[in-house]
Design a protein around this ligand. Structure first.
Ligand SMILES: [Zn+2]
Length: 278
C-alpha cells in the first residue's frame, strides 16, 4: 500500500477580490489625465495577470485539483468496485509434455490418455473458478510460468493408471507440497480438497497409496515457496473411467469446491491427511 500524501481541504475560500486602485476613485478635471489613468491601470492589471505565477489570484483550485489527480490514492478511491482478483494456478498434468497413463483397446490402440482427461478437467476447473470471480492460469506440466509462480494456490491435476490392478484401484488421492513456508496452510488446502471432492463426487479417498513422488512433485519445487500447492489424482482411468469421462463437470466441481473451501476459509472436518506418511 502506498502512503497517501496529505490531501488539501475540499473547499477553499474564494480568492480575495482584486483591490481597486485608489487612483480610480479620484476625479480628474482634465480628460487626458483620466484616459492616462485608465490606460495605466489596464497595463498594470495585464502585467499582474501575466507575470504572477498562476498559483496567485485565481488558480489555487486548479493546483489542488491537479495534485488530487496526480495522487494514486485518490484514483483508487474513485474505483471502489475494482477489487484485486485472487489468483489460482491449475496445472493440467502432462499437458504439453507427454501422454501420462494410457488406455489401450484389445488391438493395442490408444483409446484414452491421462493428459487429455487432465486437460479437460483442468479447463473446466478454470472456467468454473473464473465464474466465481477468480483469476485463473491454466498451466502446462512444465510451464515456464511455474518458475517463481505466485498465487493463493496451485492445484495440479493428474489421474492414475488405466490398467486393471484390483478392485481397490479406484478413488482419488491428494498430496500437499512439502517445501512450502506454511505446512499448515498446505495441509488445509489438502484437507479442503479431500473433503469437498469426496462430497461432490462420492468417490473414495485413496489415502494409502499416496507416494513420495506426489509429495515431491517437480512443480512444487518451481513455484514460489509462499504459494500453497497440492496435487490431486482425480481417479483411476480404469475403474473410474465412467465418472472421469462422462461426468467431468462433476469431477471439476469437486476440485472447485475444494479450492473455494480453502480460499474462503470454510469449516472442514479433520481428515486423515496429516496421518499419511510418504
Ligand atoms: Zn500423471
Amino acid at each position: 500500500m502506498e502512503s497517501a500524501s496529505p490531501r488539501p481541504p475540499a473547499n477553499t475560500a474564494p480568492p480575495p477580490p482584486v483591490r481597486s486602485s485608489r487612483s480610480a476613485s479620484r476625479r480628474r478635471t482634465r480628460p487626458f489625465r483620466a484616459i492616462q489613468s485608465v490606460l495605466g491601470i489596464g497595463i498594470l492589471l495585464a502585467t499582474l495577470f501575466t507575470a504572477l505565477p498562476s498559483r496567485g489570484l485565481v488558480a489555487g483550485n486548479f493546483y489542488e485539483r491537479l495534485s488530487i489527480i496526480l495522487t494514486p490514492q485518490s484514483a483508487q478511491a474513485e474505483l471502489p468496485a475494482s477489487q484485486p482478483q485472487v489468483r489460482i494456478g491449475i496445472v493440467a498434468g502432462h499437458s504439453g509434455n507427454d501422454s501420462g497413463a494410457v488406455c489401450l483397446d484389445g488391438n493395442g490402440n490408444v483409446t484414452l490418455t491421462e493428459a487429455d482427461v487432465n486437460l479437460k478437467i483442468a479447463a473446466m476447473v478454470q472456467e468454473q473458478l473464473i465464474q466465481k470471480g477468480f483469476s485463473v492460469d491454466l498451466l502446462r506440466e512444465y510451464d515456464t510460468q511455474l518458475n517463481g509462480y505466485r498465487a493463493l494456490a496451485v492445484v495440479s491435476i493428474h489421474n492414475d493408471s488405466c490398467e486393471y490392478i484390483n478392485n481397490q484401484a479406484t478413488g482419488f488421492k491428494v498430496a500437499a507440497a512439502l517445501n512450502t513456508y506454511d505446512i499448515n496452510r498446505a495441509n488445509r488446502l489438502t484437507a479442503c480438497l479431500v473433503d469437498r471432492y469426496q462430497h461432490t463426487t462420492e468417490m473414495n479417498f485413496h489415502a494409502g497409496s499416496i507416494t513420495a513422488d506426489m509429495r515431491e512433485y517437480h512443480s512444487f519445487r518451481e513455484i514460489d515457496p509462499s504459494t500453497v500447492a497440492a496435487i490431486i489424482e482425480t481417479g483411476f482411468l480404469n475403474l473410474d473411467r465412467e465418472i472421469l469421462t462422462k461426468q467431468t463437470d462433476r469431477v471439476a466441481a469437486g476440485i472447485v469446491e475444494g479450492i473455494l473451501c480453502f480460499a474462503n476459509n470454510e469449516n472442514i472436518v479433520p481428515t486423515p491427511v496429516s496421518n499419511v506418511t510418504p
